[in-house]
Design a protein around this ligand. Structure first.
Ligand code: PEP
Ligand code: MN
Length: 376
């Protein structure tokens, strides 16, 4: 009996339609007929309120896809647009903040998904808040002496976060690859000695747990910006992540990578513009300063500028830092070395102590005049 019903033209048409819909969803997700709308729940919405909203969504012929964020729940609504007016009615349900169409492929990273800016508090500093943050330190951790000296320079200048690479992504396999766990231990010790948080790069999924033990912020380097396995893994970490833009990634791709981390459970993502590869050879990369206001418009995440890797030369770090403050970045990451000429990596783009102090003085002055609400 069932078999003969299956062969009726009606059922056949429905089945084909269902298959096409399934295919469109699977391959195009939010870009075509997929997620069209989000219902943003209030911060304090209860589980019962969320469940009721989802039931209601189904009752008016849509499917709901909830994402339970740390701060609030957002319900993605999928379905035919013809009933759009109904979805607006969700705003009258209890626990609902508002509804809005999803225009961007990245959702949780987008301004549409959150009110205000993401601010990340680590110890007594706040990234993405009113203060312009300076992350500074050597490219690589080379020895206890070198790192401690660097740390005291950073502290003396008034830097906010100490950087130092223990796992180094080097273009050549013959270049110094980093001190690995020993370097991580030194970094933690140095951070404690000067009482500021530390940031370091994690290169592999297998090292995430280890790096998380020692670092306050996990850095994902430019070369790993689309290493989706690594992004998902740090999405499961309890420490904030600074995601550097790749040499060849568009702003949208960077935000999609941030989306991987956030959708895997880690809301504390910081973006870093570190220069992109262009036809220009006078500088190591080209600092895409426009990326800062563009990102500020598109996302609630903090944005940091790295003038060291962008320019490749210490001479340009101070001028580009001035630009970073003026353009509305939340901070900079700069390389500093007690003796750049002896550095194991990136000596040419590392500031000497005196230049770092000058940079800090300039930041203090510029911050007062330029970092106003207008740039936020
Ligand atoms: C770094 O900051 O140490 C680094 C390797 O930078 P990037 O990933 O931007 O090249
Ligand atoms: Mn470097």
């Amino acid at each position: 009996m069932g078999r003969s019903n299956d062969s009726t033209p009606w059922l056949f048409i429905f089945k084909v339609r269902a298959m096409v819909e399934k295919f469109t969803m699977a391959f195009f997700g939010g870009k075509t007929g997929g997620r069209k709308m989000i219902i943003v729940m209030k911060r304090n919405a209860t589980k019962a309120q969320i469940d009721l909203v989802m039931k209601w969504v189904e009752s008016v012929g849509y499917k709901s896809h909830p994402s339970y964020g740390v701060e609030r729940t957002i319900i993605g609504v999928v379905g035919d647009d013809r009933n759009k007016a109904h979805l607006k009615q969700a705003e009258s349900l209890s626990g609902v903040e508002n509804t809005m169409p999803i225009l961007k492929p990245y959702k949780l990273a987008s301004r549409e998904a959150k009110e205000g800016n993401t601010t990340i508090r680590i110890k007594n500093i706040e990234i993405g808040g009113p203060q312009f943050i300076v992350m500074a330190g050597p490219c690589s951790i080379e020895s206890e002496e070198q790192l401690m000296e660097s740390a005291y320079i950073v502290k003396k200048g008034g830097g906010n976060i100490l950087r130092g690479g223990a796992f180094k992504p080097r273009t050549s396999p013959y270049s110094f690859q980093g001190m690995e766990e020993e370097g991580l231990k030194l970094l933690k010790k140095a951070g404690e000695a000067i009482d500021i948080p530390v940031i370091t790069e994690v290169l592999n999924t297998s090292d995430v747990d280890l790096v998380e033990e020692y670092a306050d912020i996990l850095q994902i380097g430019a070369r790993n910006v689309q290493n989706f396995a690594l992004l998902k893994k740090v999405g499961g970490a309890r420490k904030p992540v600074m995601l550097k833009r790749g040499l060849m990634t568009t702003i949208e791709e960077l935000l999609m990578s941030a989306e991987y981390i956030i959708s895997s459970g880690n809301d504390n993502v910081i973006l870093c513009e570190r220069g992109i590869r262009t036809f220009e050879t006078a500088t190591r990369n080209t600092l895409d300063i426009s990326a800062v206001p563009v990102l500020k418009e598109l996302t609630h995440l903090p944005v940091i500028v790295d003038p060291s890797h962008a320019s490749g030369h210490w001479k340009y770090i101070i001028p580009l830092t001035r630009a970073a403050v003026a353009v509305g970045a939340d901070g900079v990451m700069v390389e500093v070395h007690p003796e750049p000429e002896k550095a194991f990596s990136d000596g040419m783009q590392s500031l000497k102590p005196a230049k770092f102090y000058q940079l800090m003085e300039e930041v203090k002055i510029l911050e007062k005049t330029m970092r106003t609400e207008i740039y936020r």
